[in-house]
Design a binder for this molecule. Structure first.
Ligand code: DC
Length: 226
């Protein structure tokens, strides 16, 4: 394998990105970075401090005093593990809203680029292949029909004891995708050189096996061999 392999996994919510990215990072023996969790951590801190998306100066000050890292799969915000608090529908919406702000993207993209600068990594998000790691060795763009993505999200929430009507999950998901895909800064978009995978009728094992086969085969992923 090459010295450094960076894998970008982008796509809308519920397409299977994080689960697949986690599995392939483990199989490759490299770190996994969930960039969505970083936007969610910022959203969580904004809520805790009562800072609105429109409070630009307060937000900039807050960001200058914010540290986000990962430890054994957990998101660490200013030294506290916040993984439990950031996966609610409220945080999904606020993360999407705050991710459109320049100050937020500037800070998080710099952190993400630094994480991918020195070592092999699997990173998932919305703009990894287009903006964070445009020279990643492998780029994937996972999609799935909105109904199926909402079904997956609905199941995930139910497993956490969050009971939300399916129709509401579907509506919020479609709205969030539109929000993420139409913002001015680094919108959700397939990189020209990314491989698109429709996961609607695939199991997570099939998705991760396919991604691994491309990476190990080295054939399609930007034509590189590892
Ligand atoms: O992947 P997720 O659902 O946890 O992401 C939460 C929000 O964060 C998503 O709606 C948009 C934003 N996000 C982003 O703008 N860029 C990324 N690289 C990752 C997430």
């Amino acid at each position: 394998m090459q010295d450094k392999v960076r894998v970008a996994v982008d796509g809308p919510g519920g397409a299977g990105k994080s689960t697949a990215a986690k599995i392939i990072a483990k199989k490759l023996g490299v770190d996994y970075v969930d960039t969505g969790a970083m936007y969610r951590a910022v959203a969580y801190k904004m809520k805790e401090n009562n800072i609105a998306v429109s409070d630009e100066s307060l937000l900039i000050k807050m960001l200058s005093e914010t540290d986000i890292d990962f430890s054994e799969g957990d998101v660490v915000l200013d030294g506290r593990i916040v993984s439990e608090h950031i996966r609610t529908p409220e945080m999904s919406k606020l993360a999407s809203d705050c991710s459109a702000l320049f100050a937020v993207r500037e800070k998080l993209v710099a952190l993400q680029r630094e994480m991918g600068r020195k070592k092999s990594i699997v990173m998932d998000g919305r703009d990894i292949g287009t903006n964070v790691l445009p020279d990643a060795e492998f780029k994937f763009f996972l999609t799935a029909k909105a109904d199926e993505r909402a079904r997956r999200r609905h199941r995930e929430l139910a497993e956490k004891g969050i009971e939300t009507p399916f129709e509401e999950v579907l509506k919020e998901m479609v709205e969030r995708d539109a929000n993420d895909a139409t913002r001015k800064l680094n919108p959700l978009k397939k990189a020209d050189d990314a491989i698109e995978v429709d996961t609607t009728d695939m199991t997570i094992e099939e998705v991760s096996e396919y991604l691994i086969s491309v990476i190990k085969g080295g054939g399609d992923g930007n034509g590189k061999t590892i």
